[in-house]
Design a protein around this ligand. Sequence first.
Ligand code: GDG
Length: 738
Amino acid sequence: MSKSKNTYTRLLIVSYRLPFSIQPTDDGPALRQNSGGLVSAVLSMAERMGQQPGNTSTKIHWVGHADASLRAVEPALLENESFVAHPVFMEEAVHKGFYEGFSNDLLWPLFHYFTSYASFNERDFSHYQQANTRFLEELNALIEPGDLVWIHDFQLMLLPDMVRKAIPSATIGYFFHIPFPTYEIIKLLPRTWRQVLIEGVLGADVIGFHTADYVQHFMHSVSEVLALPIIGHRIVLADRSVSVRHFPISVDFTKFNVSGQETDVVSTRLRYQRLLRHNKLIFSVDRLDYTKGIRYRLQGYERFLLQQPDWHGRVALVMTVVPSRDKIGQYQELKREIEETVGRINGLFGSIGWRPIVYSYASLTFTELMALYTACDVALITPIRDGMNLVAKEFVASRSDQAGVLILSELAGAAQELQEALIINPTDTQEVADAIEQALIMPKQEQSARMEQMRCHIQNHNVFRWSHDFLNAFDNVPGAEPDLETNLPVGSFMTAFAEARQRLLLVDFDGTLAPLVDNPADARPTDDLRQALASLAERADLVIISGRNRTFLEQAMAGIPVCLVAEHGAFLKKPDQPWERLDLSADNWLAPVRSVIDPFVTRFSGSFAEEKETAIAWHYRMAHADDVESQAVELANILRGITSAVPLTVIQGNKVVEVKPAQHSKGTVALSIVEQNAYDFIVSIGDDATDEDMFSQLPNWAYTLKVGPGTSFARYRLARQRDVDTLLQQMSEVLTNM
Ligand code: GDG
């Protein structure tokens, strides 16, 4: 059934951690939500859903892990005016293996490209599965028809598929907050793990990542690990498709923009400025983590101090490291190293009255954080990998004075949007040192020009837009397509077929009569299907209508008295007759198009160009480069821009980009065939975009059948290619038994 945002009644959020605590109030203890961006985004999303007529409940249900302290809490306390909290409890050992083990010791380092920190432990994997199952149990007790379930992050990669299997009609979104790495990294995971993890997230209808790169990496892994067809941004499964897109997370711009003027922020800022006197301030804040590039940041700053003695006594790096995972050896080691380096730099360069680094290992209150965002001259953000990095966006949003300079690592997702920052590579300590100097001497006018651009971007792409864009993406999931009657009324269909005097069958080849395969030359119908086709061809006009060339079709259908249509309607061959050429356009467009395609063939090994008589196709099913899908889109765009004496059509098919003259199509040829006889039964079956021309040209009483998901002009749908085999075999039996 179709679903759109208008019909969702409730929002169910699932994340590893519940963003709530029980706080004392005048009326006794009450549930309080954290003030994070995700909580605000979700609130605004629910508000939007709640505005829809007929929607009675706007309370958001949030499922997440909670420590044992919530066990003793009265159920009534787990609810406030906006949220209902559903704590997930699990055995200590399971939690440890799931969270500390598989999530933080394997997925986190691996997906941030710290392969040597990754620990592969079978017991942890089993705990990860058990923990995801615990989340499923909690959800299962809660979920109702009409709910939208939104699952978050790498701790819950198995959950979307678990929910899909338990409740096949559920509407599920999944958002990945950390980088999705290249397939070379995914390949390090044992085969079964990588398969289960990718199948796990594919349980969702919409999958979101922060950047287009992560989307491409994911798509590449899907095609390597599961060999599933990908069409544009969709992964095609047997009975549905999954939409995969990038939705860059952001911040509540207004909140950060105005908070700098709040009284306590102003007074805290003044206090910091007094304490740090006339120094220029460089600020950084991050959780203690090896991905954040704190070591490189210190090396870059040290190099700056070495090379720029003029700045001694006039600048301070205020570096706050927020405690995190510090019971783990690796993190303790990192902390020790950071503190040693800070001590060494302060000892080497400092003097009485001047500390080059003001370091603290502590959490900041929101007021302190705002005071530092607005007091500093430079924000120095140097992760070695970061899914997005919200600190960068918060700093920019806080600077309503349009002053301050952002130095940002190119390895943070945020760098793809904040191009007016000073973009650096953190491992290049000279580049960091130079950027610090450039930032400190940058004229006010330039600071303001850069800030204005970045602020404008964040204002327009705030966290509310992020969640709304994600919500809107569900409007395009298969379930939300204009309703196609998915079930062919087989009984009346077979009766009409049996009773007809003149029968016409128009059937596509690839993905319809034969499954899609790696090497196009290998595609063939099964022997059973060939037999059925041969018997059908005796009492019906059977037309195979394809984009393939003449030779291939003749070979593939040899021995069956069918009519063949090759190259999308350019050629037609009736049984026992020679080929006729229907396309009469000149072919002087071929050479220039070939010269555009050739560099793509060279660049993507495994891909090849097929030059037909009236068309050229670039096939890339066997090319495995990360960016091949996006480059296929790029090629199609370039080809569409080519001007030629002959009007051309560019077709983006399944792992193929094809160019042909616009004058003929499967539709034009289907129509001319239909007009040659007084047919009283017509069925047309096809799976891809070129078959739509055929569906749209046929009389409206014809049976038009779309194979697989996707919007279509067809009246009916067959879920998968093998259903075509079944249907045609049944039709042949009907004729045989008459
Ligand atoms: C993951 C991904 C992605 C930090 N210290 C204090 C404090 N914070 C707040 C910041 C910011 C948030 O925590 C940190 O967000 P990040 O995006 O930088 O990083 P992760 O926590 O690693 O988050 C990341 C994010 O998910 C969202 O998808 O961007 O790439 O790793 O909001 O302000 N807040 C306060 N005191 C602190 O000391 N009050």
